[in-house]
Ligand binder design. Structure first.
Ligand code: DMJ
Length: 578
């Protein structure tokens, strides 16, 4: 008890003032401790406040940067978003290098697409093409929604999400191929099969593949000819393939040799080799009688597989046959399996050199047409895809030939640009004649919003980095804006000299012309040419490497079993729209 009492009184004495007043040292110690604790508490509080202010500043900065990134991604479209994930270094470099002039131009092109699309939605929804003057739709391809399908990938690439979603719903719920209509196998393939496959590759949405298979199955009997060279027309319900009367029973070269990319892609994505077999056989057959200069006339007999006497041209009815020789090689990842395509293409390019002439006095380089043994000094604007094709193909050559074909491409693009610059509307006519001492003169003077020159400028800019090609493309775009734009869409011109308007917004204006313009002003890594190949209607198809031991149809023409590959997967891209 005594112990406890004394310990308790010992503790209380510290609280008694006399304990400190008796000994001043104790008082000083208490004072110093008080000052030290006060300072420590105050210092800690102000530190926390400073840190909080700093954190809130950083948060604001983070939100600002996130907004900026969202904006940039929006401008780049869905693919930009995908590539930010998959191709970080390159895309970040491009983002840093973004050129404000190109940004502005790209926005203008996107706005033009929106205007064309809105007009189509308003006046011609679900029909093949819009007639802007009369404000109605017209079914020039059998009522397959050609403009809508041709536009799917352009909408996707430009990041026009709501428009793409509405188009997708139409494809899923209203697209009906059961039409008693004599369809062009070529046009239906490049626009409809190509457009649907491209939408599938970009979005991963199965509905597009399903529909592509449906229409391709309706076209497939066209290849059931003695030679395997297809008939060019077929009824979508009854079949009955045939050729149009005006060809004298012949098949057209471009119409018969421009289905390889789409049908090979379809086989790769469905695992069913029948599509690929039909179209690859066409090339095998043509290879058997391929001339030493690689130049085939535009008419081929579907019974014998031999060429009939007719014009040789890189313009109408010949053009995309040559384009697909190169692109089937690229699509097949340039492997041994597809080597024969490249070989044939290189042979044809040697033949092309024999058609090259220069004008006087200005030395414009142009491509002649050939009838029998003689050259004719005429060139279609359609042949202005050649500079782009040469640019794309030049990288497969050794340095010397690559340089030779690239400089030919540059010269031809200058000519094509002048097809536009030489008219009062600054829009090109359909074809040109070349006269000694007078350079070029217009033949057919309409302009139907074609894309070929812009397509070539896009490839040249991408491969050379020379911004002049972008400036030329911008000039052409401005001429379309000035002469072809109406409140209700875009029209062609009946005459590029007078500016008189026609009444048609061609579906390829949305599929090709505006898409190539958009790419012309986009950062180079926006679309990788190692990953994608564009069909002749500008629909990008994802390159799926074909192995040298592939189970498909080889260069020997022997059919093998299945080749199964997967399309662009949702995991890597944007989530789908279904
Ligand atoms: C498009 O349908 C394709 O580019 C085709 O290969 C040629 N014609 C038009 C565009 O001009």
């Amino acid at each position: 008890m005594a112990r406890s009492r004394s310990s308790s009184s010992g503790w209380w004495r510290y609280l008694h003032p006399s304990y400190y007043l008796k000994r001043p040292k104790r008082l000083a110690l208490v004072f110093i401790s008080f000052v030290f604790i006060t300072f420590a508490v105050w210092d800690r509080q102000s530190l926390v406040q400073e840190q909080e202010a700093e954190i809130s500043k950083l948060n604001e900065e983070l939100i600002r940067l996130q907004d900026q990134l969202r904006e940039v991604k929006g401008n780049l479209g869905y693919l930009g978003e995908r590539m930010i994930h998959t191709n970080d270094n390159k895309i970040i470099k491009d983002l840093v290098d973004i050129d404000p002039i190109n940004e502005e131009r790209r926005e203008k092109v996107k706005e033009a697409m929106l205007h064309a699309w809105d007009s189509y939605e308003k006046y011609a929804w679900g029909q093949d093409e819009l007639q802007p003057q009369s404000k109605n739709g017209v079914n020039s391809f059998g009522g397959l929604g050609a403009t809508l399908i041709d536009s799917l990938d352009t909408l996707y690439i430009m990041g026009l999400e709501d428009e793409f979603r509405r188009a997708r719903e139409w494809v899923a719920n209203s697209l009906d191929f059961n039409k008693d209509y004599e369809a062009s196998v070529f046009e239906t393939t490049i626009r409809v099969v190509g457009g649907l496959l491209s939408a599938y590759d970009l979005s991963g949405d199965e509905i597009f593949l399903e529909k592509a298979k449906d229409i391709a199955d309706r076209l497939l009997p066209a290849w059931n000819t003695p030679s395997g060279i297809p008939y060019n027309r077929i009824n979508l319900v009854h079949g009955n393939p045939h050729n149009p009367g005006w060809t004298g029973g012949n098949s057209i070269l471009a119409d018969s040799g421009t289905e390889q990319l789409e049908f090979i892609a379809l086989s790769q994505r469905t695992g069913d080799p029948k599509y690929q077999q039909k179209v690859e056989n066409v090339i095998i057959q043509l290879q058997k009688t391929f001339p030493s200069d690689g130049l085939l006339p535009i008419f081929i007999n579907p019974h014998s597989g031999a060429a009939s006497y007719s014009t040789i041209t890189f313009g109408a009815m010949g053009d995309s046959f040559y384009e697909y020789l190169l692109k089937a090689w690229i699509q097949g990842n340039k492997t041994e399996t597809v080597k024969h395509y490249r070989k044939m293409w290189e042979t044809s390019m040697e033949g092309l050199l024999s058609l090259i002439r220069k004008t006087t006095p200005s030395s414009f380089t142009y491509i002649c047409e050939k009838n029998g043994g003689s050259l004719s000094d005429k060139m279609d604007e359609l042949a202005c895809f050649v500079p782009g094709m040469l640019t794309l193909g030049s990288s497969g050559y050794g340095p010397e030939k690559a340089e030779k074909f690239l400089s030919l491409a540059k010269e031809l693009s200058w000519t094509c640009y002048n097809f536009y610059q030489s008219t009062s509307t600054k829009l090109a006519g359909e074809n040109y004649y070349f006269y000694v001492g007078e350079d070029m003169g217009i033949g057919t003077s309409w302009n139907i919003l074609r894309p070929e020159t812009i397509e070539s400028l896009m490839y040249l800019w991408r491969f050379t980095g020379n911004k002049t090609y972008q400036d030329w493309g911008w000039d052409i775009f401005q001429a379309f804006e000035k002469n072809s734009r109406m409140d209700s869409g875009y029209v062609g011109l009946k005459d590029v000299n007078t500016g008189a308007k026609d009444n048609m917004m061609q579906s390829f204006f949305l599929a090709e012309t505006l898409k190539y313009l958009y790419l012309l002003f986009s950062p180079p890594s926006f679309f990788s040419f190692d990953e994608w190949v564009f069909n002749t209607e500008a629909h990008p198809l994802r390159i799926i490497p074909r192995s040298d031991k592939e189970e498909g149809l080889g260069a020997d023409g022997k059919a093998n079993s299945r080749l199964v590959t997967r399309p662009f997967s949702r995991k890597h891209g944007r989530t789908g729209y279904s």
